[in-house]
Structure formats: C-alpha cells, structure tokens
Design a protein around this ligand. Structure first.
Ligand code: ADP
Ligand code: MG
Length: 921
C-alpha cells in the first residue's frame, strides 16, 4: 500500500480519547497522518493478530480489527476520521479492564498484539510538536502463552505444544512425531516422541491451550481435518521448525553452548523444542519466561489413554464437560493451585513403571500413617501462594508487588515445611527430595523480600506504596517531603481563607488543573477584584464555582509532584532490583514450587485415602488385575447418604495355564450396575498407576500400558457422524491397537444397530480381543447369547450382576457374581421408569408370545445360524486357523480407522460384512 503524505500533520493528544481521533485520521483528501502511518506499519507486521493500539488510557482497534472485536466483545463500534476517503471503524477497551477483554478474545480463538506507547507523550513533543509517540508491539497474547492470573485457570496447566513430524521411511513404519510442550506460566518444558497411532492420545493428555505446527504439517491432507477439529492450531513458517538450526536456537535461549547437558534428544525432539522456544521469543518479545531446560519423557513411560477413553471415563471432566462429577473432582484434596495442577497432570498421565509408582505410594503411605504431620503439613501448604506463576509473571515483566510477596510467603512456608518434615520417622525418598528442594533457597533471600515489602500491597507497582518504610533512606526522604508538602497545602488553604475572609475557600486537585483554589460563585467576584487579584489568577469559571491558582500554589505543586515522582521512581527501581534477585534465584524457586506441589498432592491423596477408606494397591510387572471389594470412586461419593455402594471383585489375571489375561463378559439387565462395574475397575487401574491409593479392599495391578474405553451408541452429532458409526470407528481403533498389556472396557458395543448385526459384531470383536489383541478386557452386554462364547474361548469368563424378582418387580442387588443373566428384565425396568400400565401389560403379552415361538427354535440354534458363530464353531480351538476367518481378521487389521472418513469407514464395514457373508456361503 502506498501512503500519500501531504498537508499539515495533526497533533497527537493521547490522554484524551476523542482528541486522539483527529490525530489518527487523515482528512477526506486521502492524506495519511504520521500516526496512521505508524499504525498501518505495525499492523502490517502483525497481520494475523488483532492489534491493541495504545492511546492514553485505551487500547484502540481500527478497521477490520475493530469490526471483529466489537462483535466478539459486544462493544460499540464507532467511526472516526477517514482513511483514503473512507470512514475508519474503531472501537476501544480501557487499559485497566483490558485483561477481561483479552480473556474473551483469546477464548474465542483470536490472537492479540499489544502495542504500547514506548515513551511519554511529552518526550515526543520535545522532538517537535508534530511527532508521534513511539509505539511498538511488546507482546503477542496467544492462548498458549498466557501468564496472567486473570487469563488462566489456577488449577490447570496451560500448555503450548509444538509438533514436528518425520515422514515414514517405509510404507509400514508410519510417521514419527516429536512433541515439545511448555507452560510459560510455570516454566515446565518437556519433549517426547510418539507414532501416529498415539498422537491423538498425547494431545488429549496435554489438552494444550495452543498447538504450533509447520505449514506443511498443517496442510497435510491426511491430518488437516484433525487439526481443524482441535482448538487453536497455529501453522508457522518452516524456519520455526528448521531442524538444522534447532539445537543452536535452544542453546541460545538457555545460554549454553550445547544442549547435551540437558539429556539426549533426537533430532526431531530438538526441532519441536526449538519451535516452542522460537514461538515463545516471538510472542514475548524480549522477555524471557523462566523455562526449565527441556526434559525428555521416554515414550511408553506413561499410560496411553486416547481422547474418547478420557471422555468416557470422565477423568478430568464429565461427558457434559464439567469438572464437577469427574474423577478429578472427587479425588482432588489439594489445598494449593500448584498441587491441583500437578494432580491433574498425574491423573492425565499415569505412570507405567512399577518402581516409580511405588515411590509415590510410599510417600502417600508415610503421610497416611502420620495424621498429625499430615494435618500440619496441609495447614502450612494452604498458606503457600502460587510460587511458579508469580515467578513467571515477574520474569516476563508482568509481575506486581503481590507477586514478590507470593515468593516471600511461598519460600517461608517452604522452609517451615522442610523443618517440619525433618521430624518424620523414616521419610520416603519422594518426601526427602521435596524437603531438600525446600531447604535449598537461601533464607536471606526471603528475609530481604520481607524487609523490603510493606504490610499492605497494591495490585500494581505503578500505585506505589509497597516498599516498607525504613527500607530505603532516599525513599523515606522523598515520601517525607511529599507528605510534608501536603501539610503545607493545608496551611496555605487556611492562610488564604484568613486573608480573603472567604471561609469556604478550598484548595483542591484534579488531573486537568492540578492544584487550584476554589470558591463558590458568590465569592468569585471578590477574588477577581483588588486587592486579591494581585495574588489569585483566574483559571476557570463553572456554574457554581470559580477556580484560581497562585504562584505560591504552583511552586508548591511542582515540589509535591517531584517528591511524589521521586518516591515512585525509587520504589519502581527497588521493584526492578527485587525482581532481578527473584529471577536470578528462579531455578531454586521453581524447584521449591514443585516440591510444594508434590507434597500437596501426596498429602491430599493420603487425606482422601483416610476419609474414603482407600488402600495401597500393589502394582507389578505381571499381567494380573485383581480387585477385591472394588468401588466406583465417583458413584460411591455420589451415593453418600443414599444407599450403600456394593463393593465387587474383579479378576482379569491370566488363568493358571495361560500367559494372557482374561476377558469378562458382564451381563445383566439395564440399571443393574454393569457400566459402573466396568468403569470402576478401569479407574482403579488409573488411580493405582498415577500413584494414588484406590477404592478397594485389595488391589493388585499388573501395569497397564494402554487403556481403552468405549460405550455403545454414543452420540457425536457435532461431528456429523451417526452414533453407530462412532461406535464402530472407536471399536476399530481398539481392535487395531490393543496389546497384551492393554486394558479394554467395552460397554454394550453393538447396541447401535439391529439386533443380529450388533450381536455379530460384538461376537467377532470378542473373538478378536481374545485371539489377536490378547488383552485384559471387560465387556458388558445385553446380548445374553454372547455368554455361550465362554465354552469356546478359554480365557473368557462370564459374570452377571444379580437382580431379584420380588412380587413382579425387579430389585437390583448390584452384586457381580459368576454366571450369565438369563433374561433382560426390560419390562420390569420399563415399569420402574413409569411407562403406562397398559403398555407394560401389552408388552408382557407380546413377550410371552415371542418366547413361546422361540422355544420351537431354541436360542442355541439361533446362534448356530449366525455366520460368525458357525465359523467359530467349525474351528473352536483357534478360529484363526480357519483361512476364511483369517482373511476376515486380516481385513479388519488392515483398516486404519484414524485415517478414514466416516464414509470410508462405513464402506469398509459393508465390505467386511460382505466378506463374512461370502465365507459363510
Ligand atoms: P447398567 O450399566 O447395568 O445399566 P449402571 O452401571 O448404569 O447400570 O448403574 C445404574 C445405577 O445403579 C447407577 O447409577 C448407580 O446409582 C447404581 N449402582 C450401580 N452399581 C452400584 C453398586 N455397586 N452399588 C450401589 N449402587 C450401584
Ligand atoms: Mg450401562
């Protein structure tokens, strides 16, 4: 764009919103003012952000930005001035409330460039009346790079995730991905690798606030639909993901010559890590968040849980999207925000190494045994502020006096806690490590902060008054002068009242006039005439008052202002120095913050275990899974006050002569408790592996590497897939991915289609799980026919949830026992649900007739007629020896549901059915 420049250059009047428009806008002739020129230049450098252009007390938005923001924020869109002959749309937000508006814009997926005035307007004036205040963008606000408390959820991490891909070397090997993720509000920074099958699960685990990928990866035809389904995915130019410069960029950020000291990283991991760093630098512009050097998570070190399973098991939030009612909400007994974040982290990424898990259990056990130490610890923790986030804000120049106080209080609480922990008998390793991290920061450091900070602290440093009296002699002097001058003003007012005889004379202050003498209109005349007009200089006449100044008052004002300015300048300097001290000690503070979080989580889990009678699970390298007297952690707490929760056993361990775990088929009527039973066992495994105690009498868990959970016929209308389609796509993912260490929960799979279809699919799925995946699994179903499979598949076990019939009513006992349900009790349940009596009666008659007919064609034969069953029946020992069956399984195995469109998946399903039918014929 060429900018015409001619004609007079208007003045800039930044303090006053309306005045500013004149400065911004050119005139009708299409001339562009210097300020407009500045705006356009800055905007051009930040094309994909909304530009918050600072003008005095407002951030103003112009042109298309203004239109977008006014719609998004519901603020008034005005038109002021003209640019190239057209009105300039504009809207603005007051600086003081800008966080709130930022929050809303970021939540809606926008990015904001914050452009500040980099000098006092007075400075600009000195360069000549027409000069524009220097401005530039000081920060890009994006969803993944937030530091403000007001923009963040205190109890959740907010990750920026960079994903780099290495293309497959051969067709079978598939692409490899490196993931680097950091939370600039806490400094955590980690990298890991995964294959394409685990990518979705990793993203679901991290729930990043923002994802960055290269343009090429973003545009990849296979992945593009996936990126679109995620919030805040940002494509970036290739240089950000340049592998050749990655190591250098990383080393430069951490001011080291090589990253080798941080550990061994693959080239791909370095690329992703460097992309994160470069993005942080681009958004923070000259500010350095206190990031830890990247640490590597070994692939496979955490339990892989895909997005659907997380949603299904309601780990961090319920299916309705709420935290309340989720597993996290019922186990969260932490008393600090950092503890709450760590707990969420641990829940989202349970471990797979029994030894590391055992260390966490040891720590919980120690605090469980010592009730007094636990109570004391938790009380002290509750007083510890969020060290990590205060540190991050200070380091990026967005901190305030209260952040310094948070560091002071956090370190003090930490030191107290360390001292208290020293009294523990035989503290386990995890607690000892935490205690030593808490002893690490130099006590003189917290003492310095304590000496410097006043009792009451303002929210912003610009408000001043946060440095304690007596800490800085020069500051005390400036303050004394300022306060003394104020007393002189009072004396002056008394003297003027005396000499003029106007008793109501007042000396007041406002931002426009500064100090002035004010009298009512009635006395104004007196001061305007001799002899007073020799002293009093008229400034302003209002409806009721007349205002004056005097030479003496003006002098005094200058003195007051300079003393106050000097006091504030000294305070700000002190603030910078204290902040520098804090930043320099950043690494130690961060370790202390982590230690506090670990202790909080550990004590919280111990408290939970005490209150709800959880036990320490045994986690082993075997393939066992034994739960005795297990309970559902959420349902149990929800039932409090209602009936008792019926505890149930589960054993998926390999039978004595087998190497792989069992599959339980759980039958029983609706409402019997099947779903609850399935989930509770999955949740117990998750809890055990995250390092928590578990709701059971006893639990022995052979480490699970992947957890899958699916429910039949879940709705996913938002993504435009039929419920059955979703069910099948998800089931396909399990059948393709589950291995012997996996735990699979399938709840009423096959429910979403016609009975025979559904039954056949469920049947084939069980066979596949048993023969190919060979995983531990729980399969709830209302197809009683499936229980017949136990006769053929040796590791299959039938369990049913007991019900009692009593006077024609069904009574749910919620008790899981060996055996199979013989019937559905559907009509009894329908009756309980309040279906009209006439409908119930009619249904009974219909049922009786169908059952009578059924006797002539026994259920057994019905099953034998099923194509898949016949196939299985022909080859009972190993269905895979049957070549037709093997073809079918191979066809299923060849499917990659993650890469299919719903339509392709449906077609594949038809093809499978056709194949199955053919081998029957
Ligand atoms: P199903 O899947 O068999 O239809 P659910 O698992 O959904 O049954 O359970 C239905 C309801 O029964 C649950 O909401 C819960 O209130 C209750 N329930 C389930 N299991 C138990 C149990 N073990 N003890 C007490 N109440 C239970
Ligand atoms: Mg159910």
């Amino acid at each position: 764009m060429t900018l015409a420049r001619s004609g007079p250059l208007p003045d800039e009047v930044p303090a006053d919103r309306n005045g500013a428009f004149g400065a911004l806008a050119g005139n009708d002739a299409g001339r562009v003012t210097p300020m407009m020129e500045q705006y356009l230049e800055i905007k051009a450098a930040n094309p994909d952000c909304l530009l918050f252009y600072r003008m005095g007390d407002f951030y103003e938005l112009f042109f298309a930005d203004a239109e977008v923001a006014s719609r998004a924020l519901g603020i008034v869109l005005t038109k002021r001035g003209k640019h190239l002959g057209r009105d300039i749309p504009m809207c603005g937000v007051p600086v003081e409330r800008s966080d709130e508006y930022l929050h809303r814009l970021i939540a809606l997926g926008h990015r904001v460039a914050v452009c500040e005035q980099l000098e006092d307007p007075a400075e600009a004036k000195k360069r000549g009346g027409k000069s524009v205040v220097r401005r530039d963008v000081v920060r890009l606000v994006t969803a993944g790079t937030l530091t403000e408390d007001t923009l963040l959820d205190a109890r959740r991490n907010n990750y920026l995730l960079a994903i780099a891909r290495a293309r497959a070397s051969s067709a079978e090997s598939g692409s490899q991905f490196a993931l680097a993720f950091l939370d600039i509000s806490t400094g955590e920074f980690r990298v890991t690798e995964c294959d394409s099958a685990a990518l979705g699960a990793e993203i679901a685990r991290l729930e990043p606030g923002e994802i960055i990928v290269s343009d090429a990866l973003f545009g990849d035809p296979e992945l593009a639909p996936y990126w679109r389904s995620l919030p805040a995915v940002m494509p970036l130019a290739r240089d950000v993901f340049d592998g050749a410069t990655a190591e250098r960029r990383l080393a430069a950020y951490f001011a080291v010559t090589t990253t080798e000291g941080f550990g061994t990283f693959s080239r791909l991991e370095l690329t992703a890590a460097a992309a994160c760093i470069t993005y942080v630098e681009r958004t923070q512009i000259g500010r350095k968040p206190p990031l830890s050097p990247p640490s590597r998570e070994a692939p496979g070190s955490t339990l892989i849980i895909d997005a659907a399973t997380r949603a299904n098991l309601e780990l961090a939030r319920t299916l309705a999207g709420e935290r309340r009612g989720s597993l996290l909400s019922v186990i969260d007994r932490t008393v600090t925000a950092a503890g709450s974040r760590l707990l969420a982290q641990r829940l989202s990424a349970p471990l797979t190494d029994p030894e590391s898990i055992g260390r966490r259990h040891d720590a919980v056990e120690a605090l469980l045994m010592d009730a007094a130490a636990r109570a004391d610890l938790r009380a002290r923790l509750a007083a510890a502020p969020d060290l990590a986030r205060a540190l991050a804000r200070l380091a990026v120049g967005r901190g305030g006096p209260r952040d310094l106080a948070a560091i002071r209080d956090g370190l003090t609480a930490g030191a107290d806690i360390a001292a208290r922990l020293a009294g523990l008998a035989q503290p386990p390793a995890e607690i000892m490590e935490a205690a030593s991290a808490l002893r690490d920061p130099d006590p003189a450091f917290a003492a310095e902060l304590a000496a410097a900070l006043a009792e009451e602290l303002p929210a912003f440093k610009r408000d001043g008054g946060f440095v304690r009296a007596g800490y800085d002699a020069a500051l005390d002097e400036a303050r004394a002068l300022r306060d003394e001058s104020r007393r002189v003003v009072a004396a002056l007012q008394a003297r003027y009242a005396e000499t003029t005889g106007v008793r109501a004379l007042k000396i007041r202050h406002n931002n426009v006039l500064g100090y002035f003498v004010e009298v009512t209109a009635q006395h104004g005349e007196k001061l305007l005439g001799p002899p007073h007009n020799g002293v009093f200089i008229h400034r302003q006449t209002l409806a009721g008052q007349v205002r004056f100044t005097t030479t003496e008052l003006a002098d005094l004002e200058a003195k007051i202002a300079s003393a106050a300015d000097r006091a504030l300048a000294i305070e700000l300097d002190r603030f910078e120095r204290l902040t520098a001290l804090v930043t320099a000690a950043g690494a130690g503070i961060k370790r202390a913050a982590e230690a506090l979080a670990v202790l909080d989580v550990t004590a919280g889990v111990a408290a939970l275990a005490v209150d709800h009678d959880y036990v320490r699970p045994e986690v082993t390298q075997t393939l066992e899974l034994i739960v005795e007297g297990g309970r559902h952690p959420v349902v149990e707490q929800a039932l409090r006050g209602g009936g008792p929760f019926i505890a149930n056993d589960c054993d998926l361990s390999p039978p004595s002569n087998a190497v792989c775990g069992r599959i339980w088929i759980v039958t029983g009527p609706n409402m019997a408790g099947k779903s609850t039973f399935l989930r509770q066992n999955a949740l117990i495994a998750v809890l055990a592996q995250m390092g928590s105690f578990v709701p059971a009498r006893r639990a022995r868990i052979g480490v699970v590497d992947r957890l899958f959970s699916r429910v039949g016929a879940a709705d996913d209308l938002a993504r435009g897939r039929s419920t059955f389609m979703v069910e099948m796509v998800e089931t396909a993912a399990i059948l393709n991915q589950a291995g012997p260490r996996s735990l699979v929960i399938l709840d009423e799979i096959g429910r979403g289609t016609a009975t025979f279809d559904g039954l056949s699919i469920a049947w084939a799925a069980i066979e596949h799980l048993h023969e190919s995946n060979r995983c531990r699994a729980l399969f709830a179903t209302h197809f009683h026919e499936l229980t017949a499979l136990a006769a053929k598949l040796p590791r299959l076990f039938n369990a049913t949830v007991r019900v009692k019939e009593w006077q024609g009513e069904v009574v749910f006992l919620h008790e899981v026992v060996p055996g199979a349900a013989d019937r559905s009790y559907g009509i009894q349940v329908a009756k309980l649900a309040g279906l009209p009596a006439a409908v119930i009666e009619r249904a009974k008659i219909v049922l009786a007739e169908i059952e009578a007919e059924d006797r002539t064609s026994p259920a057994r034969r019905l099953i034998d007629d099923l194509p898949l069953f016949s196939a299985a029946a022909r080859a009972p020992a190993s269905p895979r020896e049957d070549p037709a069956h093997a073809t079918l399984l191979a066809a299923i195995a060849a499917l990659n549901p993650d890469e299919m469109s719903p339509r392709e998946a449906l077609e594949a399903l038809y093809a499978l059915k056709l194949k199955a039918a053919r081998k029957e014929g």
